[in-house]
Design a protein around this ligand. Structure first.
Ligand code: LLP
Length: 387
């Protein structure tokens, strides 16, 4: 960020999210270019960040939407994503949400249990529609990521195990209002080891080959999301290595002839373009450490408290000698901390602090805990003019 931008930001009430529109643009262009050789389609996982400014950029690049609630489905469509490019996943879709998805005629519902299929069948019949569905399969691949965000193993609540899959397939084939169009996989999030994706490809190949031997084939395959980003060095790796990610699938995945292959990337598309900008309220001397108390809290950025996630932290105002601080928020919980022993230039009241790599699962997970105001997001190309 340039000094000019920093001065510019100083006029906005803190805390807020700041999105670098140019980096977002470059990231989406890089992802689209890397997906092209495999003819892969990207559905942006709205849960990462549903800010309309982000969605406008997503639309410009022709991506679809991966949604996990009826409100996300409605929001995606309202913000310009064609229903034919919307997919909807989740273990607990309510009747109202299923009815909405069918009314909107979205591309596909990714289904996770037999009781869910029964309800979709019933609601589709009531609406006189045929519901396009895909079955989410647990491929039993350990993504070696945080246990809260790993989803591809049998200990998880998500999807069908390989044992329960045949029953689900035969149910769909008999159900008059269901059209089974594909299989869906998602093994977890913040995955940086391409080996996990390679294993996923191998499992998918085996599952598809077994089904094909029984005469069962699908036009659509969805490999989920999960590509990780570099939280430690956001400036070294501002754009994730989409080339390597999609090359792994090109090399190891064997889609059936004519099969459409979709991905549901969230974090990798939007994380690095976002910063949480917060102001130092107080610098407090502790017994053995100094605390920088900022005006953003765990309600604004939950990741450190919930997943022990570490985001790179910078002081945008000071360039004094370096010192170590714990950077903490104002919420009445000890977990309201953004980092321990963080090396920062000598910091004082009023300094602006940037917490990096916050474009994904930052604003989207913000709450009004402690009755604080819901945090706002601003885009670098649409900031109010300051004087
Ligand atoms: N598809 C499905 C079915 C998912 O469950 C998810 C994320 C995605 C796609 C997108 O994954 P991504 O490309 O963003 O890794 N709040 C956590 C992350 C939760 C991810 C949930 N599912 C965090 O802040 O790290």
């Amino acid at each position: 960020m340039t000094t000019n931008t920093t001065t510019h930001l100083g006029h906005l009430p803190t805390p807020f999210y700041y999105y670098d529109a140019e980096l977002l643009e470059q990231t989406l262009a890089a992802a689209a270019a890397a997906a092209r050789p495999g003819n892969y389609r990207i559905h942006y996982a709205l849960k990462a960040n549903a800010n309309p400014g982000i969605l406008r950029a997503i639309c410009r690049h022709g991506f679809g939407a991966d949604c996990v609630s009826g409100n996300e489905v409605a929001h995606a469509i309202r913000n310009g994503i064609a229903p034919s490019r919307v997919v909807y996943a989740g273990v607990g879709k309510s009747d109202r949400e299923i009815a909405l998805a069918l009314r909107e005629d979205i591309y596909c519902l990714n289904c996770e249990s037999l009781p869910e299929l029964e309800v979709i069948q019933q609601i589709a019949r009531e609406q006189g529609k045929i519901a396009r569905v895909a079955l989410r399969v647990i491929p039993n691949v350990d993504a070696h990521t945080h246990r809260y965000i790993t989803t591809g193993t049998e200990e998880n609540k998500f999807g069908f195990t390989l044992d329960t899959l045949p029953r689900a397939i035969s149910y769909c084939r008999e159900a008059s209002a269901l059209q089974l169009i594909g299989l869906h996989f998602h093994i977890g999030s913040q995955i940086t080891d391409m080996g996990a994706f390679r294993t996923l490809c191998e499992r998918v190949n085996t599952i598809q080959a077994d089904l094909q031997a029984q005469g069962i084939t699908f036009p659509y395959l969805n490999l989920g999301g999960g590509l990780g980003i570099d939280y430690e060095h956001p400036d070294l790796h501002p754009i994730p290595d989409f080339e390597r990610y999609f090359a792994t699938f090109r090399e190891h995945l064997r889609p059936l002839p004519g099969q459409e292959v979709h991905f549901e990337l969230g974090r990798s598309l939007v994380a690095q373009c976002g910063r949480l900008i917060t102001r130092v309220l107080y610098v407090k001397k502790g017994k053995n450490k100094d605390f920088v108390i900022v005006d953003a809290g765990m309600n604004d950025l939950l990741r450190p408290a919930l997943y022990q996630a570490r985001h790179h932290i910078e002081n945008l105002t000071s360039n004094g000698p370096l010192s170590r601080y714990d950077v903490v928020g104002p919420i009445c919980e000890s977990s309201d901390s953004f980092g321990q022993d963080i090396l920062l230039p000598a910091t004082s009241r009023g300094d602006l602090i940037a917490i990096r790599s916050c474009g994904a699962y930052g604003e989207a997970m913000a709450s009004r805990y402690n009755l604080r105001d819901l945090i706002q997001g601003y885009f670098s190309d649409a900031l109010p003019i300051s004087h």
